[in-house]
Ligand binder design. Structure first.
Ligand SMILES: [Zn+2]
Length: 347
């Protein structure tokens, strides 16, 4: 939707025209309000991956974010959504739906301005406000930033860096913003190599229609959709340190017995998510975890679990399987809550 310029082939779309399009999108987004997203549970793919690519969708959330997320989930895709802060503020439920569908959310400025003409303090304010809007709506603090139109300079990069944001441009431009057909978008995506990132946009029908073929092409080359590393800006495997630390208190200080337990959320689907808890400071340990009703833990591993009478407080004891245990929690309609670690006791 929004013109983004890559490489040397800059187009000369009049700025006013671009601005008009953008404002129309914003108005539509605000007017539509909540976006309902029907996502079905899709297990993470176990397909062999010879490498990862970063699929990115800019300028959302839009009135079509729900449709985009449905296509992505149906094709088992996790992608990075470079959101416009003002859109997030106007459509918080759609931003939340992105995270609930397993997407990574990132910063694409407050209102898609040409940021290189801003003062340093204006840049700072713009990116901070956007981070706050995204964090407020989703519980996730962005770690990636893409400047509108790919326009950047050293001041903007240093401001982003000071806010903990890694600048990410793109390797491949799908040209979806430029009226590319479905087959042209698929063809452009076919140039992706391991580690690379492609620019696409929320709110474009041809982009959504291209996703099944893009995935078929990637699968044929054993490339898998991954996350964009905040440290390198390259596409990497989606597991490991999550880029989407949800709200809550993932780490507890040591309690009487002296150990700590830290939670990460390596897998988040539409209806459930996995929690991985790593214990430090004790070989034999007992960790008490509480989930928020109606969320419910359904499966556990690498520990011996017992439950209180409510069924929502789990006591997990080491069973010789190491210091990391895990469990699956059904959301049951509450997609926002995350487990609380109440204590960690050495035994
Ligand atoms: Zn954009």
């Amino acid at each position: 939707m929004i013109a983004s310029f890559g490489g040397s082939g800059r187009l000369s779309t009049p700025r006013a025209a671009r601005l008009t399009v953008r404002l129309a999108v914003l108005a539509t987004t605000v007017a539509l309000g909540a976006v309902g997203v029907a996502v079905s549970a899709t297990p993470s793919s176990a397909a062999a991956c010879n490498g990862y690519v970063g699929l990115t969708f800019d300028d959302g959330p839009t009135g079509n974010t729900g449709a985009l997320l449905s296509v992505l989930r149906a094709n088992n895709v996790r992608a990075t959504m470079f959101n416009v802060g003002q859109n997030v503020q106007g459509n918080q439920s759609a931003a939340r739906a992105q995270v609930d569908a397993g997407m990574w959310v990132a910063n694409h400025s407050w209102n898609h301005s040409h940021m290189t003409s801003m003062s340093q303090s204006q840049m700072q304010s713009d990116l901070s406000q956007t981070n706050s809007a995204i964090q407020s709506a989703t519980g996730v603090r962005p770690q990636l930033f893409r400047p509108p139109y790919g326009e950047t300079n050293s001041t903007l990069q240093s401001v982003a860096s000071s806010l903990g944001l890694r600048q990410v441009i793109w390797d491949v431009d799908s040209q979806d913003w430029n009226g590319a057909s479905v087959s042209q978008i698929v063809s452009n995506a076919g140039r992706l190599q391991a580690g690379q990132v492609i620019l696409m946009h929320d709110g474009i029908q041809n982009t959504r229609d291209a996703i099944p073929q893009i995935m078929a092409n990637l699968n044929s080359r054993s490339l898998c959709p991954g996350m964009i590393s905040p440290s390198t800006g390259r596409a990497v495997a989606p597991d490991g340190t999550p880029t989407t630390p949800p709200t809550g208190t993932p780490t507890t200080p040591p309690t009487g017995g002296g150990c700590t337990a830290a939670a990460t959320y390596p897998n988040i689907w539409g209806d459930r998510y996995n929690t991985s808890v790593t214990v430090q400071g004790a070989g034999n340990w007992t960790v008490v975890v509480a989930v928020t009703a109606p969320q419910k833990i359904t499966t556990t591993w690498n520990g011996t679990a017992s439950w209180d009478s409510s069924g929502y407080v789990m006591t997990m004891r080491s069973n010789g399987s190491g210091n990391t245990f895990g469990f699956t929690t059904m959301m049951n309609g509450n997609s926002g809550a995350r487990p609380q670690i109440r204590s960690c006791t050495a035994s």
